[in-house]
Ligand binder design. Structure first.
Ligand code: DAH
Length: 343
């Protein structure tokens, strides 16, 4: 009998139960009317009187151990399946889910669109998969211009004719699409994704975002361009911001300029962000070349206009002091969560 008890105690150490039914079956097996313990008590009757004391104590101890084990198994099940009754308040509000946030590029894009919409610009869109005419031809790029080169442009299909399918390399293509279907006055702002065949690094990426602006009407002058962009710079970077326009070249504008804003960090004194110059380059702009107007059916003898284009990544970098372009596309939550209260 002693041997049986020892074996059963050993066996019990490893017994596990995953349901109430299993625990119930174990209880019947060990403690039931016809169970193991009942059998042992039956045998106990045969034990000679002088040993009854010793075996009686052994049996009672065995019974307690089995009862404890059964209780333990039951409790184990309860803690898994039924949460503490005190926590079962169905009227309690649910746990708050953590909210996502806008991507820094969306925040900056929305801000740019909003600033221009206050002076009458409306959003325009165009396709990302374009053709030569809308990205280059109608924008006065000569056929041999290096920007059409395979090094820069992702071509999707190479065809014999001029009309290669390609990924747009700038949002200036939306200018053309708008001019083709609308007569002046035109005042559009066109944010979008652009593609260039660049090696990915901290300072370059093959996918990035631009915002294009276009204003065409009778009598639009360079003074209008300058004042509109000054308004934008002050709204975007603060009232104290100054701008300067440096002569530049783009095929689709004449004259063309590059616009710098005064560096807010060092207030123009020169720091490592503005590379000691006190100025930060943020966009290209200029008066629309008459060839561009005429190519899309707008009479350059009647109308004039200006255009500008800027990179959203660059502006967000300056605004949030982001040092590596790749961060925008890696979707690292530690980066993205920093902008959750930024809009
Ligand atoms: N499309 C130019 C680029 O991708 C940016 C640009 C420059 C747009 C001058 C313009 C402009 O509209 O007038 O770099």
């Amino acid at each position: 009998m002693k041997q049986i008890i020892e074996n059963v105690l050993l066996e019990l150490q490893n017994v596990k139960a995953t349901s109430v039914q299993e625990v119930e079956q174990l209880k019947i097996k060990y403690l039931g009317k016809k169970g193991l313990l009942a059998g042992l008590f039956e045998e106990f009757k045969q034990v000679p009187n002088e040993e009854k004391r010793k075996f009686g104590a052994l049996l009672n101890d065995f019974k307690t151990k089995i009862e404890e084990k059964i209780e333990e198994l039951k409790n184990g099940l309860e803690s898994v399946h039924s949460p503490d009754a005190k926590n079962d308040d169905l009227t309690k509000p649910s746990n708050l889910l953590s909210l996502g946030s806008l991507h820094p590029l969306s925040i900056v894009k929305n801000e740019i669109v909003e600033i221009f919409s206050r002076i009458g610009y409306v959003v325009a869109e165009g396709p990302e998969i374009e053709d030569d005419r809308h990205v280059f031809g109608a924008l006065n790029f000569p056929p041999e211009h290096p920007a059409r080169d395979m090094q820069d442009t992702f071509f999707i299909e190479l065809r014999e004719d001029d009309n290669h399918a390609l990924l747009r390399t700038h949002t200036s293509s939306v200018q053309v699409r708008t001019m083709e279907k609308q007569q002046p006055p035109i005042r559009i702002i066109a944010p979008g994704r652009v593609f260039r065949n660049e090696a990915i690094s901290a300072r370059a990426h093959c996918i990035f975002h631009q915002v294009e602006g276009l204003y065409i009407d009778k009598g639009v002058s360079f003074a209008d361009l300058k004042q509109s962009l000054l308004y934008f710079a002050k709204e975007m970077f603060g009232e104290q911001t100054k701008i300067r326009l440096r002569p530049s070249y783009f095929p689709f504008t004449e004259p063309s300029a590059e616009m710098d804003v005064s560096c807010n960090l060092c207030e123009g004194k020169g720091c490592n962000i503005c590379k000691g110059t006190g100025w930060l380059e943020i966009m290209g702009c200029g008066m629309i070349d008459p060839n561009v107007l005429d190519a899309s059916g707008i009479d350059s003898n009647v109308y004039s206009g200006f255009a500008f284009g800027m990179g959203i990544e660059r502006i967000a970098m300056l605004k949030y002091d982001i040092k590596d372009l790749r961060l925008y596309f890696e979707n690292d939550l530690r980066f993205l969560k920093q902008f959750s209260s930024a809009y």
